[in-house]
Design a protein around this ligand. Sequence first.
Ligand SMILES: [Fe+2]
Ligand SMILES: [Fe+2]
Length: 263
Amino acid sequence: MAARRVARDWRHGRLAWGFEIAMPDEPARPAAPELLPPNRMPKRGKAGSERGRVALWHAVAHIEFVAIDLALDMAGRFGAQMGPEFVSDFLDIAAEEAMHFALIDRHLRKMGSFYGALPAHSGLWDAAHETRHDVAARLAVVPMVLEARGLDVTPAMLDRVKAGGDQIGARLLSRILDDEIRHVRTGVKHFVACAQNADQPADSLWKSLVQLHFRGQIKKPFNDSARRSAGLPLDWYSGLVPLRTSVITHPREAAGGIRPSQT
Ligand SMILES: [Fe+2]
Ligand SMILES: [Fe+2]
């Protein structure tokens, strides 16, 4: 896959340090899946039904697909100002997202489906577009809110997948969770560096950027141990929880919650 080749070429010194070509506002998309706004997305089918399972994995495949573009856009858009370590980190992430996508697409195919067979959520690029002019804002929102949200919703999804007897799916999700912890950690590392360069306290800068650029809510329940492993301090995000919090208790809702626009 192209993302993995780019990461390999970069690691082997086969790519020049050049950022003259502007990144597109929207990445190219394949003809399928059809992208629909959240309120036009078809119902996923009953939890535990074959249709529900395929819809769930299709939604996850779409998140991973967009995650490839998010990581490449991060490297291409902000690499010149942030330097070689930043580029290396986000090209490695792009390669991992491509691996996640390939594994999930293979899983879908074993279920008789494939990525593109169903419509997908059109809003996953919104946060990238919103933060296209500011690397600190992009880091604050994409890895540190949206990918961190993925850490929160994965345990409930994992329970649901295990309960359905899908051992391969459960192994896939566990592996992805480990990788995503690293992705969030990478985001935190570069965000803290941005804050230091701007001579601002990282926690208050993060909060103000999230409040400015993220339209959703930072919702409980949090996967505090995964967030801690990723280097996200509890007192940063707990301070952003509105007084009236909604607690996700139903696994179906949790799985839906992985969609960044709902976070
Ligand atoms: Fe991923
Ligand atoms: Fe990721």
